[in-house]
Design a protein around this ligand. Sequence first.
Ligand code: AHR
Length: 528
Amino acid sequence: MKHKFLTAAMLAFSAFAGPALAQDSGQPTTVTIDAGRPGPKIDRNIFGQFAEHLGTGIYGGVWVGEDSAIPNVRGIRSDVVAALRAIRVPNVRWPGGCFADEYHWRDGVGDPAKRGVSINWNWGGAIENNAFGTHEFFDFAEQIGADAYVAINVGSGTIEEASDWIAYITADERTTGGRERAANGHPEPWKVKYIGLGNESWGCGGNMRPQYYADELKRYARFVRSFHPEQQAAPNMMQRVAVGPSDGDTAYTEGVMEAWSKKDWSWDIEGLSLHSYTVVRWPPAYESVDFGAQEYAELTQATLKMEDHIRAHSAIMDKYDPDKKVALVVDEWGVWLAKLPGTPEGFLQQQNSLRDGIIAALNFNVFARHADRVRAANIAQMVNVLQAMILTDGDKMLLTPTYHIHRMYLPFQDATLVPVAFDAGEYRQGEVVLPRIDAVAVRATDGKLWLSLVNLDPERTADVRVAIPGVRARAAAGTVLTAPRINAINTFDAPDTVAPQPISGRAADGAVALQLPAKSVVMVAIEE
Ligand code: AHR
């Protein structure tokens, strides 16, 4: 186990970096940035989010209704919109998740008083009154400035139902769908940036064999179309995302990619989904708040398996798709913990600690290192569910450590990956051996060189020397996220316990010296 991890870590750091040696010399760690050798673009869509009809993720968290005393615009709460705008959410995936494969879109359009009412069987048996439907979703996406990622019902729906839905959303008023949408109050068609052709079809989406799913996929990929005039040619066409693997299981990766490699002109996909949660074991039992160094180390180790999974699936995809036409879309990821005491079964409510912020940063670093294949991802989930950015309680709202990480990583959106080399060192907790430091450098769209540094060690500060061969690095300045305890959280009474603080580094012999606090994430711009 230990050996396996170290091997994985070393490979991780050498995939787009110099070789990493696992040792802890007690000396400052030198992070060498090869600024003259730019790598692939980091698609901003790796910072996508996921909003499912689940618990209070939509109802209460996003949608309060126009008559609510909570300030809202057309029923969508304004505090949540303002917070999400500030982290420039590139895309939002909706309506599920497992919910998507039982969702019938007609229940959610037209007169709210006449909408379908059903039981959300997957998630706590809650009554679903469809107050938040297609128009409300697109209004929400527009309010936060995000593109739409619509997951269609392959499990219990039909191709006709799915193609009618996307026609309703995207076609103009000369068509039946477009006329109906206009009659329901929105004459202009909307764009669908991504379409999910099913969800977890190996599990809650119908438990299909990969080959059976691949046959279904061909028909959905062929017949469910965007008619939006601006989506008729590359690069703006709707991106079709096929159901792909879970964690390290490669059956769907093989099955779908093999089918894709034999495709003819009649169908295509642009993405293959990967779902991989940080959970250690099922059912999720690790606590949100009441945990110590051992649980921290085990969950962090589980998170770092993301790199192994991406590497394994990418290798299979490379076999069928060496030109990397099909993106790996990690459209469900995040830490899945035990439910908070007193919260309903199936609502997946958990707190969000500094540990979870570190876990988010490590995942972003993994995605960035694999930017050539991982071109979109969606954290699960946006508000009040699993590893949320935002928690609400009635009219109260707080921003989680994971939210702050999203804000700190804004320079990574559409940046260019820049190689780094460093000795990751080791942090040991019981039998768990983790790298002590992680680092990723990027050239942002504003031309600045940004460096993300994570000190995984919950006890010891880490001294880092940032060197750029051929360049005199003059200074570094940015923000750090840390707290006195690894399980520190933000609460409605104390919402800023875990919040970014300024940090800077000083010039020393042509390099920049930085001190990373224990258990911290640092994001700095390097002055060249
Ligand atoms: O995010 C919660 C659930 O996890 C989703 O509905 C499902 O796709 C996954 O199993």
